[in-house]
Design a protein around this ligand. Structure first.
Ligand SMILES: [Mg+2]
Length: 238
């Protein structure tokens, strides 16, 4: 545990989900692969669709609707509809296909293994202070079996612009009825979590479980209050 700024005892904590509370890397790879297979299998005309085709359509959806980047679920759905239409299928059929493929996506997306340490730490913290989850992604806290530790789960898209924008941090502070600087946000991303939290007035904890170097990290913008390599270091702050 390393301290870079003086820290107040947190009255609440907010948590990023992916790669903060569990390792999400393999989950994403598997999810993308299974989702693509489901797309190819949905209609013969989609059998030769490639991941590059998907990326190209995804980009054109973004160019058409720039605000969609704040809602990765809506973005994926719109990309699938557009992609299915691009092989000559009508809109109605494209919407049905996209809905089915999204069902496959959601099944795999929240299949992450939650380490025992995460359960232990969240249970211990939640017994003392309120916890809020703040995610840019579309993992489902209920399906992951961790929703009960949080008094609120906020998602980019339905609840506001994606981190590092301040929307979700502001909603969290309002929900907690706490001054932002009494809340500690914990996350693995130096921009969305550390910079985003600090600009919103929160205290920030960077979880660095892959031995990165803060000073040489290309995405480092602002110094967090502290850096930890294991989630269970947080229990010593209370
Ligand atoms: Mg993360």
């Amino acid at each position: 545990m390393r301290f870079y700024r003086p820290i107040n005892r947190p009255q609440a904590m907010t948590f990023d989900l992916d790669d903060t509370l569990y390792d999400n890397r393999q989950v994403i790879l598997t999810t993308v692969e299974k989702t693509h297979q489901a797309l190819q299998a949905w209609h013969p005309r989609l059998a030769t669709i490639t991941p590059q085709d998907y990326d190209r359509v995804r980009l054109s959806v973004e160019q058409q609707y720039p605000e969609i980047v704040h809602d990765v679920t809506a973005w994926r759905h719109a990309t699938l509809v557009s992609l299915i239409q691009s092989v000559g299928l009508p809109l109605e059929q494209a919407q049905a296909g996209a809905a089915e493929v999204m069902t496959v996506f959601h099944q795999w997306r929240s299949a992450a293994h939650i380490p025992e340490m995460t359960h232990r730490v969240l249970a211990e913290l939640a017994a003392k202070i309120p916890l809020v989850a703040i995610t840019n992604g579309n993992a489902d806290a209920e399906q992951l079996g961790i929703a009960h530790y949080f008094t609120l789960v906020l998602r980019a898209g339905p609840d506001g612009k994606a981190k590092p924008y301040g929307d979700l941090y502001q909603v969290a502070a309002a929900h907690l009825s706490l001054a932002p600087n009494t809340v500690l946000h914990v996350g693995d991303d130096l921009i969305t979590d550390v910079q985003g939290a600090l600009v919103a007035g929160f205290q920030a904890c960077w979880i660095n479980d892959r031995q990165q170097n803060l000073i040489s990290a290309s995405s480092a913008r602002l110094l967090p209050h502290l850096e930890i390599s294991r989630l269970d270091s947080l229990t010593s702050l209370l």
